[in-house]
Design a protein around this ligand. Structure first.
Ligand code: NI
Length: 189
């Protein structure tokens, strides 16, 4: 297990398309576990392999109070509806922006045992899955900003509470900030 360095914008690897994984071997398993450690260490809820400099179609996701999920060759098969959410990314530290995401998605991937996983996801999970699959296609959330929207800089304190929605509300010193973020589902992935 290892914490990998997270590549930040504007590094070009974030703009490249990741390649499909043909064999789920030991190196893929090790990379998956390292990515889970890296995501947890950074306090994010999702991470794509591009973000650690590996152009392979692999993402990890961990929602608050859940076990980590590891998805190989993930695909969004169908999306429906649209909603605005405030979003951040571990590769774009210190900023958030309002982007349009789907109400729900149909998602398919392989797990580490090469079993096909199918999910119908909404809310935060749908948002993270769309965000991470975008990464594998070289797309960053800023690409989805509405024309009149701008990235908003946030303080390190605000950022660390924003990337852990719904956790430890009593330890936040600014309750107003907490409620605002909880409703708008700021996250970082
Ligand atoms: Ni991201």
């Amino acid at each position: 297990m290892a914490i990998l360095p997270i590549i930040t914008f504007p590094d070009k690897v974030l703009r490249r398309k990741a390649r499909k994984i043909k064999t789920i071997d030991r190196s893929i398993k090790r990379l998956s576990y390292d990515m889970v450690d890296t995501m947890n260490d950074a306090g994010g809820i999702g991470l794509a392999a591009n973000q650690v400099g590996v152009l392979k179609r692999l993402i990890v996701v961990q929602l608050p109070e859940e076990e980590p999920r590891i998805y190989i060759n993930p695909e969004i098969l169908y999306r429906e509806g649209s909603r605005m959410v405030e979003e951040g990314c571990l590769s774009v530290p210190g900023f958030v922006g309002n982007v349009e995401r789907s109400i729900w998605v149909k998602f398919r991937a392989l797990n580490l045992e090469s079993k096909t996983i199918r999910i119908k996801a909404d809310s935060l999970l749908a948002q993270v899955l769309e965000h991470e699959v975008d990464h594998l296609n070289g797309i960053l959330y800023m690409d989805h900003l509405a024309e009149h929207e701008k990235l908003r800089p946030i303080s390190p304190e605000e950022y660390s509470s924003a990337i852990r929605p719904g956790q430890e509300p009593d330890q936040r010193d600014d309750l107003t900030t907490f409620h605002t973020h909880s409703e708008s589902e700021i996250h970082s992935s």
